[in-house]
Design a protein around this ligand. Structure first.
Ligand code: CMC
Length: 393
């Protein structure tokens, strides 16, 4: 019989194991409140719908980092600080250029973020000031890094930031090199707000776990990017769009879903560990998609039709029965496509938007830091006899 040692005492009884840490609370937080039963999400007390409608990404970043909305003077100062951090050092530009042609954008983003400390010369008065400045540096530069990745991937040159534009509009400008459409900038700004924070999900927890060893912010965010990449988490936005292309046309949707479900495959952009109802972010994105449909090109209209069909079928089959509803990643793809953003940078953009949530959680956790060190239940053998290699069979 397998046994294991815990704190020097032999235990025979198997402890309760929460696979995937499901249902486990590991800390207190004042940043996001997620109500998975009623489909509600709040950042520092403000509903996601009110922020999407009234706020800007910069203001939402301030809220998440400080726990309160800024005055106009504070917002002006914060926005100026974000702008001052936008431009990329030459070394980072060279690194991106070197990697972008042969590496997936998420890997280049991860590497570029981890290289940023090499170019940080500022000295700060105290750790609080340093953590704050590093957060703004990461939030601000991550968008510039993605724009640079996309340009180099397409054989184009780096475009310097434009200080007259807000964060989302400047990203579109650095991506395309032309003044961005106002409506597109507004939609991207809302997408960034919607992705800015979401409690202790896999990537945020990974950032916190790295930070709990008293590692540094850049390392923690690099860890967060690594966790976000997978298709069960942030990578689902690109995977969902690839699925729409695989379905091809609306009339193929029912068969595609039937085949996938009978083969025990996941429908990307559906389901959530916390939400057992409609994800409130997906509701907002769907509304923008419906608005965009009117002026979008044929491709977006077709993708949107497939989505509406898939949504209906999935809610019918699995919504009420299993609590599987559209999540934030389902409707995002066609919205990004209509803004001229290619699928390869969907997940990096998610990471750039989420970087504020990661930084805020790490800084919050450090205020009451405790090394994260859960247990696994050992099911192997002990006291095996070590045989020299020549005697092994
Ligand atoms: N399509 C089909 N079946 C599903 C799906 C789906 N997308 N999601 C869950 N299920 C089924 C699953 O097969 C299981 O069925 P059964 O009980 O018969 O074995 C049941 O629902 C419970 O699934 P689970 O894996 O225990 O649930 P979870 O809480 O671990 O999964 C999830 C959460 C997000 C990993 C999962 O819903 C999934 O794989 N979704 C597709 C990927 C996706 O869209 N991810 C983005 C999540 S939202 C953005 C973010 O936070 O990053």
């Amino acid at each position: 019989m397998a046994s294991y040692l815990l704190l020097g005492k032999e235990m025979q009884e198997k402890p309760t194991i929460n696979l995937g840490l499901e249902g486990v609370y590991f800390s207190e937080s004042r940043i996001a409140m997620i109500d998975g039963i009623n489909g509600r999400l709040y950042y520092c007390g403000y509903s996601i719908a009110s922020l999407a409608e009234n706020s800007t990404y910069e203001e939402t970043c301030y809220l998440i980092l400080h726990g309160r909305l800024p005055t106009s003077e504070e917002l002006e100062k914060f926005s100026a600080m974000m702008k001052s951090f936008r431009d990329l050092p030459d070394g980072i530009i060279r690194l991106i250029k070197e990697m972008a042609r042969n590496t997936v954008p998420m890997d280049t983003l991860r590497t570029a973020i981890s290289a940023l400390p090499a170019y940080q010369s500022n000295k700060y008065e105290n750790p609080e000031e340093e953590n704050f400045a590093e957060s703004v540096n990461i939030i601000s530069k991550s968008a510039s890094i993605i724009a640079a990745i996309e340009r180099f991937r397409n054989g184009q040159d780096y475009i310097k930031p434009n200080a007259s534009l807000g964060h989302a509009a400047n990203f579109l400008y650095m991506l395309k090199g032309s003044p961005p459409d106002e409506k597109h900038s507004k939609i991207l700004d809302v997408m960034m707000i919607l992705h800015a924070e979401h409690g202790s999900n896999a990537s945020t927890f990974t950032s916190i776990a790295a930070a709990s060893t008293l590692s540094d912010l850049y390392s923690a965010i690099t860890a967060g990017i690594s966790a976000l990449k997978g298709p069960l988490h942030g990578g689902a936005d690109e995977a969902a769009l690839r699925m729409l292309y695989a379905i091809g046309k609306p009339e193929n949707t029912a068969k595609y879903i039937d085949d996938a479900l009978s083969g025990k495959k996941r429908i990307m952009g559906f389901g959530h560990r916390i939400y057992k109802t409609y994800d409130p972010r997906a509701r907002i994105i769907k509304k923008y998609l419906e608005e965009l449909e009117n002026d979008a090109n044929g491709e977006v209209r077709k993708l949107a039709k497939i989505e509406m069909e898939a949504e209906k079928i999935m809610i019918d089959k699995l919504g009420k029965q299993k609590g599987i509803w559209p999540n934030v990643d389902f409707f995002s793809g066609p919205v990004y496509i209509s803004l001229g953003i290619s699928k390869e940078i969907f997940t990096p953009l998610f990471a750039a938007s989420r970087s504020v949530g990661w930084c805020a959680h790490v800084i919050e956790y450090w205020k009451n830091n405790r090394l994260i060190r859960p247990l696994d239940y050992y099911t192997g053998s002990i006291d095996l006899e070590y045989l020299p290699i020549s005697e092994r069979r």
